[in-house]
Design a protein around this ligand. Sequence first.
Ligand code: SAM
Length: 334
Amino acid sequence: MSYEIWNRRYTGSKYKLADWIFEIIDSQCSGSSFCDIFAGTGIIAKTALDRMSKVVINDFLYSNELIYKAFFMQSQYDKEKIEHYKNTFQSLQVIDLRENYVSTNFGGKFFSHNDAILIGEIRERIEKANDINDKEHSILIASLLYSIDKIANTVGHYDAYIKGHTLKDQFKFDLISPYHTESTISIYREDANILAKSLECDIVYIDPPYNSRQYSRFYHVLENIASWKKPELYGVALKPKPENMSEYCRATALDAFTALINDLKCKYILVSYNNTYASKSSSSLNKMTLENIKQVLASKGKLSCFEKSHQFFNAGKTSFSDHKEMLFLVEVNK
Ligand SMILES: C[S@@+](CC[C@H](N)C(=O)[O-])C[C@H]1O[C@@H](n2cnc3c(N)ncnc32)[C@H](O)[C@@H]1O
């Protein structure tokens, strides 16, 4: 088996909405370059690759950047070598291995103890491998992250692990399948507001976080394993010191959004938004209202709004009977 880019659990993934979003783009926009500036899983950039000759993909998380390089970077890699690593990793026996950073921190919590030993061992072997190039390194790490996500003892993100049951050994290392494309793809790990200042693209797609839940905290286990700096960890959920905290999850979100929109030089801006602000839980309250967003966008050009009812991935306790997904389109003033 091998993983496609959408085979992961990710809060706010637009996998199920990608076709709808591109129906709108195809019918309303013209252009040959596209930027997915808060790319998350990267599914929107992936869909854009079939249509655009230039695609820019950006997210400020380490794990996401590695995943984009693994799937999209069009550089040489040796398939046989990658298969060989996979076979070696699949044949590892826990009895031959020692405790490691992953097993001592996450064993019996996010993973069974034996699975955690395997994960830590594989990550260390990738780190020490001296016969792999940057693309091969990214493929191996992304494959590890997807294999981890498949079995992690969570509801889909790593803000907490599920307690009160015995964890099974179920980890298996499988590979992701990289994509070939004739389009030019540029990969960034930047703050979206900084990238926006130098970006040159016809169409920019914007899908920021809208509530106080920080993605770097939600996906800290994947970030930790991707960057492999082995930091000290704190609290029940074993999180490192905060890093990559988004302005979009704070009270100042509207200022950040206004600056971003002002700085963009492009023909079309698309913004995804959903009505989770009606939720009862305070951490899922939206930091920007619909009116805030409309006002900022209308000042940039001609604004239209598209709407779709949508069953979405909800990891937490909140439930929405009338969930609507919105897509704003701005035809930017010349
Ligand atoms: C709602 S998710 C995007 C989901 C994505 N459209 C998909 O389909 O998977 C928002 C993303 O923005 C990223 N992010 C948050 N603040 C950011 C910032 N200031 N600059 C760049 N990326 C940011 C998060 O890491 C997260 O992956």
